[in-house]
Design a protein around this ligand. Structure first.
Ligand code: EPU
Length: 454
């Protein structure tokens, strides 16, 4: 039996090792960078593996903190999670003895809520922490909960936890979302694979990671189809089997490195890159005057930042949207690019409410950005960037502060490296291999300085 997990009133977050990125900017990045497996696909595959007692094997799994947290969360439930070699995981959920996903897991990673659907469908009950509570962010999970209720579950909310039960099997139904939700779609789909009868999910998210999950579920013997771009249909099965799957490449990591090539005026080749999943982003690169060539068959994107040295890029307006629109996760890197574009660019962040706050850090590095409200920003370029001290607030903003520091003149110290480790495999090594002067160092608060780990 796993150790007892704390309830909300007992919870204190684990201390993290404070690390900083120390970056000396101004070097044009040159060379090849391999793109890792997709974080947001891998996390859902691990959850899907709990739908069967048989062993599942995943390759091309990114070596990142969020994957490690998901693996730990599953082990705490009694699931066997093996990591036989780098980028490969094997999961066997025969004996799940502890149907409780604690606040510890939710506080570290909102995506732990993806365990609701599969655990409920297979075991008929689960207690799971609310990751949308005031303490750890303001992103709700109401759509997930309503989808489970539509599938016949009873869910009560007490003391920060959802107590979900479904005696017998969940029942196939129509799950209607008021708007598109990626994990909402995935949770409903995972639950429906073991439900009794036919489920229609609409509007279903169209992100490539959702389709990768469909491929894996079919390998497990599930009957799942995207029958229309915004519709997924599932015919529930009594049992699923173990399966093996290679995770798709991470389109957000690819977009981040593409911007690195562009804003440093370098020449970067992304290998193993998912060209087909980046159409909206590549179209924006083209409008901004960045030379980006995609070779879909070779899974290669070549970004030539020569135009930066020959007069700079062009301003353009961007708006984030669910796939196939511009990914909200690529909005922060794109904003860094637009600081190096001549003219005024309007940014509309239409998916999340808290994704523009970090732009004030970009202003401290020399950008000229106004943020009139939570969803809009105006970027006036082109502005030279200079090194600064900055604090990372979240994963994508953190990666984008690194991009800004790489493009800037002088030295930057970017605090809160652990946020970036959540979602980027070995980011400092990949940048260093392209010629960047970057190091990740342990932070010593008492000295107020940075030193190498002893
Ligand atoms: N929303 C609700 N209620 C819900 C669920 C979502 O109001 O129950 C709202 C959200 O607050 C947001 C909108 O719906 O305004 C869309 O959110 P969505 O549910 O699509 O996001 P998600 O599934 O929680 C995933 C990715 C995010 C990515 C978004 C959008 C994972 C683990 N996370 O989140 O990735 O930004 O889709 O594409 O798949 C990241 O990787 O850094 C990241 C945040």
């Amino acid at each position: 039996m796993a150790d007892a997990k704390p309830f909300h009133w007992e919870f204190t977050p684990e201390p993290v090792t404070r690390e900083v990125f120390r970056i000396e900017g101004g070097v044009p990045l040159t060379g090849e960078v391999p793109i890792s497996g997709s974080k947001n696909a891998a996390l859902k595959m691990f959850a899907a593996a709990t739908l069967t007692g048989e062993r599942c094997r995943f390759t091309n799994v990114p070596e990142i903190e969020d994957v490690r947290v998901m693996a730990e969360t599953l082990r705490d439930l009694g699931v066997v999670v093996d990591h036989p070699e780098a980028n490969t995981y094997e999961i066997a959920s025969g004996d799940v003895e502890w149907l409780f996903v604690p606040l510890e897991a939710a506080a570290k990673m909102r995506a732990s809520f993806i365990l609701l659907g599969p655990l409920l469908a297979r075991f008929g009950q689960v207690i799971i922490s609310n990751p949308g509570g005031d303490r750890i962010g303001r992103r709700p999970v109401d759509l997930h909960v309503e989808a489970m209720r539509a599938l016949g579950a009873t869910i009560e909310y007490r003391n920060g936890y959802y107590f979900a039960t479904a005696p017998g099997r969940l029942r196939g139904t129509e799950v209607r979302f008021p708007f598109v939700s990626v994990m909402g779609t995935e949770n409903a789909m995972l639950a429906a694979t073991l439900a009794d009868g036919h489920t229609v999910i609409r509007p279903a998210a169209q992100e490539p990671e959702v389709d990768d999950l469909i491929v894996f579920l079919k390998e497990m013997g599930a009957e799942v189809e995207r029958t229309w771009p915004d519709t997924i249909e599932v015919h529930g099965k009594r049992r699923l089997r173990g399966a093996e799957h290679r995770i798709i490449p991470d389109r957000i990591e690819a977009g981040t490195f593409a911007v690195a090539g562009a804003v440093t005026g370098g020449h970067v080749t992304l290998t193993g890159a998912p060209c087909d999943h980046l159409s909206a982003f590549v179209e924006i690169l083209g409008r901004a005057g960045v030379d980006a060539e995609c070779d879909t068959a070779a899974e290669r994107i070549v970004v030539d930042g020569r135009a930066l040295r020959e007069g700079g890029y062009r301003a353009c307006d961007i708006r984030t949207a669910p796939y196939p629109g511009l990914a909200t996760d690529l909005q922060p890197p794109t904003c860094v690019l637009l600081t190096q574009a001549s003219g005024t660019s309007q940014v509309h962040e239409a998916v999340f409410e808290d994704r523009l706050e970090w732009l004030s850090d970009l202003n401290r590095m020399g950008a000229r950005i106004e943020i009139p409200d939570n969803h809009h920003a105006t970027i006036r370029g082109r502005t030279p960037l200079h090194g600064a001290d900055a604090d990372i607030g979240d994963l994508r903003a953190g990666a984008s502060l690194i991009l800004a520091a790489l493009a800037a003149d002088g030295e930057s110290t970017i605090h809160g490296a652990h946020h970036v480790k959540r979602g980027y495999e070995n980011i400092e090594r990949k940048f260093a291999d392209l010629g960047a002067r970057i190091a990740r160092l342990e932070e010593r608060f008492e000295e107020g300085t940075v030193s190498t780990p002893s």
